[in-house]
Design a protein around this ligand. Sequence first.
Ligand code: BMP
Length: 264
Amino acid sequence: VENQRTPLSERESLTENALNKKILSVMRKKKSNLCLAIDYTTSEEVLQLAEIAGPFVMAIKVHADAITDFSEEFTRKLTTLANDMDFIIFEDRKFGDTGNTNLLQLKGAQKIASWADVVTVHAVQGTDSIAGVFRQLINDPNYRLSGVLLIAQLSTKGSLTALDGYTESTVSIAEENRDVISGFIAQTRVSGFSDLLNWTPGVNLDAKTDSAGQQWRGVDEAIDVQQNDIIIVGRGVTSSSEPVQQLKRYRRIAWEALAKDDES
Ligand code: BMP
């Protein structure tokens, strides 16, 4: 069946993308397909939760520009935690400009390319503004950046990514540049290429919407029905008074749903 997942155990050897090889190996080792979105506004809060969450997650996603006291000290500490606890650092910048500007921003005030393993990029600016510039940094050993996730679908109500052809065109850009683009941000599985990973936000087990356009659904819907690989969970954990319990809960349910592929 097209757009069906290949078992994880086979995918690690199938994939040539270096970042995805690492991600798949971390996922299998930690038995986790949970990416935690830490949208706190101070370095200390982000680092504190990152340290607690480390054992349960395969990636930690941040919005650097939402951290009011962002500094190089913060990224130094975050990369140390990631190296020690084996998680991927994901900066959700959603680049969406000319290639030249994307490059300036990657190296700019926040030096994103120096500390993030993977960043999000919009498809709207077209292939030439994406593949070349990101490839340049990804192949440069002076930068930590090793992959790009293209935004194929947004989780928000009324998102224009639902317009006819948008997601399909995004998928084509990714399929033709699989050395640079390691997967998608999407709601449903969008590509038949098993080496492209499907990361999905909009997951919450206890709420359906916030008051600002977000749409949440459960883990079974996201992993079983919509065939995503990795769930991105924010407030389901970060707004809870018992984050560790929630981390264990999301990790267990999501991993059981994904690991079914390997057993069948
Ligand atoms: P929460 O579960 O608290 O809604 O967090 C979701 C996270 O995923 C946020 O950091 C948001 O920026 C991001 N995100 C999203 O919610 N929907 C998308 O389509 C793309 C995203 O990056």
